[in-house]
Write a protein that binds this ligand. Sequence first.
Ligand code: GLA
Length: 383
Amino acid sequence: MIRNYIAIGCLYLVVLGSCKPGQKETESTQQSDVMSTPSTKPFGATTDGQAVTEYTLTNKNGISMSVINYGGIITKLTAPDRNGKLEDIVLGYDSLAGYIKETPYFGAIVGRYGNRIANGKFTLDGQIYSLAQNNNGQSLHGGVKGFDKVFWNIEKAADNKLRLTYLSKDLEEGYPGNLNVEVTYELTDDNELKIAYTATTDKKTVVNITQHSYFNLTGNVKRDILDHEVTLYADQFIPVNNVLIPTGQIKDVTGTPFDFRKPTAIGLRTNDKDQQLEFGRGYDHCWVLSSKDSVKHAASVYEPSSGRTLDVYTTEPGIQFYAGNFLDGSLTGKQGVVYKHRFGLCLETEHFPDSPNQKNFPSTELKPGEVYKTYTTYKFGVR
Ligand code: GLA
């Protein structure tokens, strides 16, 4: 099936007012001038001596976002509360060592296949491909060394816009095809983080790239996310088995704790007696976005004490809402904050989990000559 990402992408840019045909983006990086945007600073080095750099974008409202070239990780993102106080709204570590030692994908780009592939196996054109079984016998988030643990080349694409590129070689983590990947992060003056994902391959493969930031809108992570009120613009979700692989069904949310069509505090039903909640230890599921538009409003989040809001828009058909159920207090993050149970939430826009093995789900296949192109916007506001 041909996936017409380019047309959708251009339409999206027109909607958001930045598609200028023929516009050529500047290729230059300005690493030496700290007053330019992005500003850069060293962020340590890996054990084998590879230096890591942190790039910081700042918009006209003072919102700033920092990104490192290891994993394309968003290390920091500030947003104002209803009194204008800027605080960090994402989980992560103060230094590289934390990210290298242990991270549940804090802030990272996730790929080649975000989410799970059953038994780490799929078949393309009669050929069976085997991936690392790094999660209860399943393959999760691209394998042992996914896009979250590789070095990305970063350059300035435009003011307040970074272009990250990476070549995932043929059979890296078991996936066929040399995959050229480009991710752009743009921080707009309308307080949006706009992300565009592009990929091309020289052999048929599967692709499902997403972003794994953990949000906590209380600011500087004051408590868990159970009071955050979430809206998901989805009439259906994807039930899973006990190892979080889709059963193949697509289920109506009506009458279930998965009905987030009206703003609902996460804590209200997350501990309900429900088999799906037991399997996920709470919310860790993919919702099927209802809109048929190419750019869909996927989710809204409101945090009552700070007044902060987050809205997610995407060209993807689904959104994984993961409420930090696996955080257990064993990781200490930025500013010495211990990340306890449900201290962050992820809104991972994506194709559905295990699509390569689920014939009824939209295809994640990418062929030579096609361009994978998806867009997601996270918009920050207050109420
Ligand atoms: C995803 C998965 C979760 C969990 C986290 C990382 O969002 O859906 O089950 O694995 O990543 O801890």
